[in-house]
Design a protein around this ligand. Sequence first.
Ligand code: NDP
Ligand code: GDR
Length: 360
Amino acid sequence: MKTALITGVTGQDGAYLAEFLLGKGYTVHGIKRRSSLFNTDRIDHLYQDPHVKKRNFVLHYGDMTDSSSLIRIVQEVQPDEIYNLAAQSHVAVSFEEPEYTANSDALGALRVLEAIRTLGLEKKTRFYQASTSELYGLVQEVPQKETTPFYPRSPYAVAKLYAYWITVNYRESYGIYACNGILFNHESPIRGETFVTRKITRALARIKLGLQDCLYLGNLDSMRDWGHAKDYVEMQWLMLQQETAEDFVIATGVQFSVRDFVNTAAAELGIKMRWEGTGIDEKGYNPDGKCIVAVDERYFRPAEVETLLGDASKAKQKLGWSPKITFQELVSEMVREDLKAAERDELVKRHGYTALNRHE
Ligand code: NDP
Ligand code: GDR
C-alpha cells in the first residue's frame, strides 16, 4: 500500500485528507509543528498510540521554515505522495506577518521540493501544492480558470504565487510529478474560527443562545465561491493519480457575498435579518430591532479581493470531479455543529462557569 506525507495535517484540509487517505488504505505520516498547547484537536480521532508497534497514522515534529526537519522526515518516510498543505493561511494576517508568510508559504514549498530532489526521490515521490484562488486577486477574467492571468493582492497570495511557479519549475526541470490544485474557498465545521464563514456560524449560534451580543465583520460585499473541504480533499488525491502532472482549478462555479452567508446562516437559526446603513455604518438587525451584526473597519484589508468565481470544467472533464455538497448544505452543517458547541458553553455558563467570549 502507498505511503503519504501531509504537511499541515493539523489544519482543516489536513484532517479531512488524512481521514480520506486512511480510508483508502494508505499509511499516513503528518507533520505538526511544536506548540505550547495541543494543536491536534482536528485529528485526535485518528491518533494512534506511539507505543503500538504497527501504526498507519504517524505524526512527526517539523516546521516549514526548517529545512533540516523536512529533509529528515522525507528521508525517513520515503513517501509515494506528499501533500503540501502547511501554510500561514490567513490573508489578513499575512499583512501583519509578511516575512513569516513568505518563509513558510513560499520557501516552505521550495524546501519540500528540494528535499525530494536532493534525496533522489524525483521518480518516486509525487508532490501536491495547495495553491489558491487568491492568486487571481484583482480578477482579469470571469470566471477564473487555469489560463486566467494571476494578480495577487496580499503577501499571502504573493508567497503562494512563488510556490505555484516553483512547483511548475521543478516539474519541468527535474521531471518530478508535481502539481498545483488551485482551490477556491472551502469550508467546514472544522474551519479555523477566524475565517469569515466559521466566524459567522459560530457567532450567530452564540448570539442565538445569548452568549454573545454582536458579530463584527469587515467587507460584507465581498463575493466568494464557497465549497466544502470534504469534497475538495478528494480532488487533491485524484490530482496525484493521473498519468501526467497537471494543474487544476477546483471550485463550485457559484458565488455568494459575505452578507448572503450571514443571511443564510441566520435563517438556519430562525433569525430574520434586516440591514440598514452603508459601508462602515452598516448594521444588521433581527426582527426585535436588536443589532446583531455591525461592520468594524479593523476587518478591512489594505487591498481586498472583491470577487472570486471559479470554472472547474477541466477538473470535471479530466478528473471526473464535481462538488457534491451545496452552499445551503454547507452552511446548514456548519450552523448545526456550532449550535451544538454553543449549547455546551451555555450549559457550562448556566452552572456558574464563565464562557469565553472571543470576537475574532
Ligand atoms: P489551515 O490554516 O486550517 O491549516 C494550515 C496548516 O498548516 C496547519 O496544520 C498549521 O499548523 C500548519 N502550519 C502553518 N505554518 C506552519 C509551519 N511554519 N510549519 C508547519 N506547519 C505549519 O488551512 P487549510 O487547511 O484551510 O488550508 C490548507 C492549505 O490550502 C493551506 O496551504 C492554504 O493556504 C491552502 N488553501 C486553502 C483554502 C481554503 O479555502 N481552505 C483555499 C485554497 C488554498 P497549526 O495547526 O499548528 O496552526
Ligand atoms: P479568504 O477567506 O481571505 O478568501 O482566504 P476569509 O474567510 O478570511 O475572507 C473571505 C472574505 O470575507 C471578507 N470578510 C472577512 N474575513 C474575515 N476573515 N473576517 C471578517 O470579519 C470579515 N469580514 C468580511 C474578507 O475581507 C474576504 O473578502 C481563504 C483562506 O483559506 C486562504 O488560505 C485561501 O487561499 C483562500 O480562502 C482561497
